[in-house]
Write a protein that binds this ligand. Sequence first.
Ligand code: SAM
Length: 294
Amino acid sequence: MKLVDCVSEVEQQLQHAKLYFGHGTDNARDEAAWLVMAASGINVGTFDGDWTQELSVQQLAETEKLVLKRIHSGQPLAYILNSAWFAETEFYIDERAIVPRSHIGEWIPECFEPWLDPTGVQDVLDLCTGGGCIAVALALVLNQARFDAVDISTDALAVAAINARRHAVSDRIRLIQSDLFTALPDHRYDLILCNPPYVADQLMDELPLEYSHEPEIAFSGGSDGLTIIRQVLAESRAHLTQRGLLVVEAGSAALSVESAWPTVPFTWLMSANGESVVFVLSADELDAFGQRFV
Ligand SMILES: C[S@@+](CC[C@H](N)C(=O)[O-])C[C@H]1O[C@@H](n2cnc3c(N)ncnc32)[C@H](O)[C@@H]1O
């Protein structure tokens, strides 16, 4: 069977099983292609584009095994493969940390220009770092900058350590276990990034099966989804340099952010899929609003 035909067949199977696609892909076709290539030992990063190549009996058998595992376990494919792609980079991942998929990754290749001048960035804080994907991907672009990557979960930090080592940036990324800013050194950063838990209580029960394999602490954002975002807004200014920038993904809490602080001049960045769930605020804009976030 040709690769392209196998992908179509798997796409049908995944579609029929009514799985959720949102952990590295957003549709059955892309996930089918990822699955078949992984099962067949075809490297996505170096794929030559030959969709007409014939798959061997063994490649087809491996594909079948993987399809059945994905359908029957409900695990995100990234966990089954221990592999996820984020900001054009491959990461190790397992159930100790959420599967990387933050929209923040879309602005990593350009280092958040024009909201930030990347040439002036020396110190970066990645709050709620999880498996470290944001810190590591940005460290590969800003190859002189130093990073503090913070998470409350030692499990997640263990995954982040694997990724920092894998991409040879361990010497520039300090992993810190902390409840947000609590255990941080007295230090100011040029850039603070945060993809926090932001799912409101009433939405937690509606999350698809795939999410039940991920750490609950990565999602739960309290009654309005804003528990962590509120703290980040209130405390970031004290940790930013004069020309610093705060970047936060608010996800499903984006509307709550707007209605909680209607006079704050959030700049919402538009993702490739048309969603605007990531905001940026400069240190000046945070100054103007003062301490009124709490
Ligand atoms: C949505 S995940 C983001 C992970 C990673 N940055 C990413 O984009 O894939 C949120 C992370 O916040 C961490 N977290 C939750 N509450 C925290 C807190 N109070 N302080 C620090 N980290 C926290 C969770 O352990 C989880 O790893």
